[in-house]
Design a protein around this ligand. Structure first.
Ligand code: BGC
Length: 288
């Protein structure tokens, strides 16, 4: 399928139409500055502009720099705090007039690398770390994603890890690649201690300069820059949209089974999930 993938970041919103079978970009890659302040409405309007610029109509996958549960943003570390609890999928769908499917940006990048990049056919524990304004993270076990893990927020050297060694920290503190690489290596050691990954894939802006700090990295796991580099987020977002469409179609064609007593009783968490999916029910089915 050809689906528009969008990577929403702290400084730029980037998008291109992706062939989800091959992972190739089949349109030009458009980048628009993230509006400041990056409020929900301003970002949604910019997304609309990007879609129009590409002359696209159809489902849209969006990687978003926050945890996203059933289409609702729950955090806002590097974006406007008004995003917290915003039904981002619903908002983007309403403003753009296209069905939007939203997931965490690092999860999107990881999905692309597992399908078409360095993680392809790799079993065991694979971690994707994106290095940009923040530190994004995704964990895959035998190819299966654990969504919304926030390992950029581990405490390292009495600081939040992403404040200590994101690419924004490197620029803010004017660190050489070598000095920054030593910091980042400490972070990788912490991840290795906690998760024992077999492979660590680096994405985001700083992954393009890997050779400038590779000699500072000495964890046991193999560490490699993403093959899809900074298009990973776009490709993975488009793949996520395709998956969600397929899932919705499966659910819709399933006969409704009677609920068991325990299923209908539920607990707090399930109630929250139901509320969220009730919200996403308002999303129109994809026109494809
Ligand atoms: C956010 C993550 C996001 C990462 C990269 C962090 O500040 O908490 O959700 O994946 O930045 O954008």
């Amino acid at each position: 399928m050809k689906i528009l993938g969008v990577d929403i970041g702290g400084s730029g919103i980037k998008g291109a139409v992706v062939d989800t079978k091959t992972g190739e970009l089949v349109s030009e890659r458009v980048r628009i500055e993230t509006p400041q302040p990056a409020t929900p409405e301003a970002v949604a309007e910019t997304l609309k502009k990007l879609i129009e610029q590409l002359g696209y109509s159809g489902p849209v996958g969006c990687g978003f720099p926050a945890t996203v549960h059933h289409g609702v943003a729950f955090t806002a570390a590097n974006i406007d705090s008004s995003w917290i609890n915003t039904p981002v999928e619903k908002l983007f769908t309403e403003i753009t007039g296209n069905n939007c499917y939203v997931l965490n940006d690092a999860d999107a990048a990881g999905i692309a690398e597992m399908a078409f990049g360095e993680g392809r056919n790799v079993q065991g524990v694979v971690m994707m770390i994106t290095i940009g304004t923040g530190l994004g993270s995704a964990i895959f076990v035998n190819g299966n994603l654990l969504p919304n893990c926030e390992l950029g927020h581990l405490i390292l050297k009495d600081d939040i890890a992403e404040h200590y060694c994101s690419d924004a920290a490197r620029q803010r503190l004017e660190l050489s690649w070598g000095k920054w690489g030593k910091r980042f290596n400490k972070y990788l050691h912490r991840l290795e201690f906690l998760f024992n990954p077999d492979l660590i894939i680096l994405g985001g802006g700083a992954s393009k300069s890997f050779e400038k700090y590779a000699d500072k990295i000495d964890v046991r796991a193999k560490v490699t820059p993403a093959k899809t580099l900074n298009t990973a987020g776009i490709i993975g977002a488009a793949m996520y949209a395709e998956n969600m469409i397929a899932q919705t179609q499966k659910t819709c064609s399933k006969p409704v089974a009677a609920k068991s007593k325990s299923e209908s009783a539920g607990n707090g968490e399930q109630t929250k999930d139901k509320t969220a999916s009730a919200k996403s029910k308002k999303v129109k089915p994809a026109k494809n």
